[in-house]
Design a protein around this ligand. Structure first.
Ligand SMILES: Cc1cc2nc3c(=O)[nH]c(=O)nc-3n(C[C@H](O)[C@H](O)[C@H](O)COP(=O)(O)OP(=O)(O)OC[C@H]3O[C@@H](n4cnc5c(N)ncnc54)[C@H](O)[C@@H]3O)c2cc1C
Ligand SMILES: NC(=O)c1ccc[n+]([C@@H]2O[C@H](COP(=O)([O-])OP(=O)(O)OC[C@H]3O[C@@H](n4cnc5c(N)ncnc54)[C@H](OP(=O)(O)O)[C@@H]3O)[C@@H](O)[C@H]2O)c1
Length: 471
């Protein structure tokens, strides 16, 4: 009989679905000898894309190369001899729940939250109205989103939402061609943004400045743009009594700093730059208006009211307003997608779990199934948040190793999944294939002083992976 998993004769075999930050932090912790000496573990990581890093490649804004550099940490994990990457392999299309249960002692779902939340207002689907998720993925060269055509001929763009993604979208619309040309923005987006007629970007927050979800450095960065003024109406930074109380004393420091920065913006005189970023508060869209495409946005002014949880909720007043615009981005959050055969909480759009152990329909943990990252806790938190979150999950997994409460795979050999993929998905790529893509993209960027020129179609990516792989 085989020994308990975790020995050199019978290594602990873990499948991780998704190669974003949460998947990589989970892999790093499973493979960390120092944290659990004596445990022999192997990780196979799968991603539907031929490229790893999740939103670090496909979400983080191109003008934030230092943040993208976190991938170096993941590269270190990928160099571990117990690690393998299988890209271009989709859970639910190429591999299924039962395939993994038959081959691994444990499975960790790390698929993030790829869909978007909707505003649920009339006109939301008119051409010219789009989700920030699509715009972000388009400018970052995600192969599913390269086909979008955003009409940048409108003088004014409106971004609904007050989070850091809304900040990214505003900045991307306001950067100069010179600034963009030094980044790894996808070429199709670079071409379109070069010809953009957008002069004013209006951000709409449904609550006040003290409730904005963006963080201080991102808000400060807006004020440092090369060719864009930031405009805040001084009346918008006058806080109601509840908001004032919430940021005083021991209150929310980020919110207090945000209000200070916004107050400074409201006092500054516009320098007459080519573009303006206008931050508005206490307004919500009620309908998007237009015959064949977006022509205007109707908004309602809100007031804040305390809710039962001790927070402040926006409530509409009778005051309405119309903003002329041809381009509306809703940036009101991402949303998780259910995986076939895996429990899913429709309301929260997450995998139900307790400290990362996936819960079955009876509310009890399912043996050997775990989750990390945005699909575990919902679409919030910065890259670093996923490390603590992944460690928590892996610690539970290791407790289950100790008590023997794992899956009992029929064939946990490393060859078994290779054989399956050979039949089901022969065009999958390995980490060597990704390294070839990486090298191709970097060398294409070098002559232009860019970090890389991204390949943005599955065909191009797979060709690059094949070309440089020694046969
Ligand atoms: C636009 C944007 C910008 C951001 N910028 C920053 C920033 O500047 N700094 C910061 O600290 N944080 C930033 N964040 C937050 C950060 O990106 C997230 O916290 C983090 O990426 C979440 O990690 P994750 O692994 O849960 O999900 P993801 O990063 O989304 O990774 C999920 C992975 O799963 C794969 N996948 C999905 N479905 C399947 C399937 N069925 N089969 C196989 N693979 C699948 C996806 O292809 C993807 O690679 C940003 C987020 C967004 C949306
Ligand atoms: N540079 C960075 O570090 C960076 C960059 C990008 C993203 N991220 C992180 O990634 C995560 C996701 O960011 P995000 O911006 O998508 O989400 P987010 O931080 O949750 O912000 C969502 C925003 O949308 C608003 N909203 C929600 N529903 C709305 C509706 N129906 N109508 C109008 N407004 C609505 C929210 O307002 P309410 O508060 O009123 O609900 C909030 O302002 C965050 O944790 C973020 O910090 C980090």
């Amino acid at each position: 009989m085989a020994s308990a998993p975790g020995t050199s004769e019978n290594p602990l075999r873990v499948a991780i679905i998704g190669s974003g930050p949460s998947g990589f932090y989970a892999a790093g912790h499973v493979l960390n000898h120092k944290a659990h000496p004596g445990l022999v573990a192997e990780v196979d990581m799968f991603d539907r894309l031929p490229t790893p890093w999740g939103l670090v490649r496909g979400g983080v804004a191109p003008d934030h190369p230092n943040i993208k550099a976190v991938s170096r940490v993941y590269e270190k994990t990928a160099r571990h001899p117990g690690f393998r990457f299988f890209g271009n392999v989709e859970f639910g299309r190429d591999i299924f729940h039962e395939d993994l249960l038959a081959r691994y002692h444990a499975v960790i779902y790390a698929v993030g939250a790829e869909a978007d939340k909707r505003m649920g207002i009339p006109g939301e689907d008119l051409p010219g109205s789009a989700a920030a998720t699509a715009f972000v993925a388009w400018y970052n060269g995600h192969p599913d989103h390269r086909h979008h055509q955003f009409d940048l001929s409108s003088r004014r763009a409106v971004v609904v939402g007050n989070g850091n993604v809304a900040m990214d979208v505003a900045r991307m619309l306001a950067l100069t061609p010179d600034e963009l040309e030094r980044t790894d923005v996808a070429d199709h987006a670079l071409d379109a943004l070069r010809g953009s007629a957008v002069e004013e970007i209006v951000l709409l927050g449904r609550r006040g400045p003290a409730q904005a979800a963006f963080t201080n450095p991102e808000l400060r960065e807006l004020g440092e743009m090369v060719d864009a003024d930031v405009v805040v109406d001084p009346r918008d930074v006058v806080l109601d009594e509840h908001s004032s109380a919430s940021i005083e004393g021991e209150g929310d420091l980020t919110a207090r700093r945000n209000v200070e920065i916004l107050t400074r913006y409201s006092e500054a005189r516009a320098a007459g730059m080519r573009r303006r970023i206008v931050l508005r508060f206490l307004v919500s869209p009620v309908s998007i208006v237009g015959e064949d495409r977006v022509e205007a946005l109707e908004i309602v002014h809100n007031q804040l009211h305390p809710d039962q949880s001790g927070g402040l909720r926006a409530r509409a007043t009778d005051r309405r307003e119309r903003i002329e615009t041809g381009l509306v981005f809703r940036s009101i959050g991402y949303r998780g997608i259910a995986l076939p055969g895996v429990p899913f909480d429709q309301q929260r759009a997450t995998i139900p779990n307790r400290e990362g152990r996936v819960l079955g329909p009876n509310g009890q943990p399912l043996r050997g199934e775990y989750t990390v990252g945005w699909i575990k806790r919902g679409p919030s938190g910065v890259i670093g948040t996923n490390k603590k979150d992944a460690n928590e999950t892996v610690d539970r997994l290791l407790e289950d190793v100790a008590t023997g409460e794992l899956l009992g795979p029929a064939d946990p050999s490393p060859q078994s999944i290779e054989a399956l993929l050979g039949e089901r998905r022969p065009e999958h790529i390995t980490y060597v294939g990704w390294a070839a893509i990486d090298a191709t993209e970097r060398s294409a960027g070098e002559p232009h002083g860019r970090p890389r020129v991204k390949l943005t179609s599955f065909e191009e990516l797979l060709a690059a992976a094949r070309e440089r792989v020694p046969s």
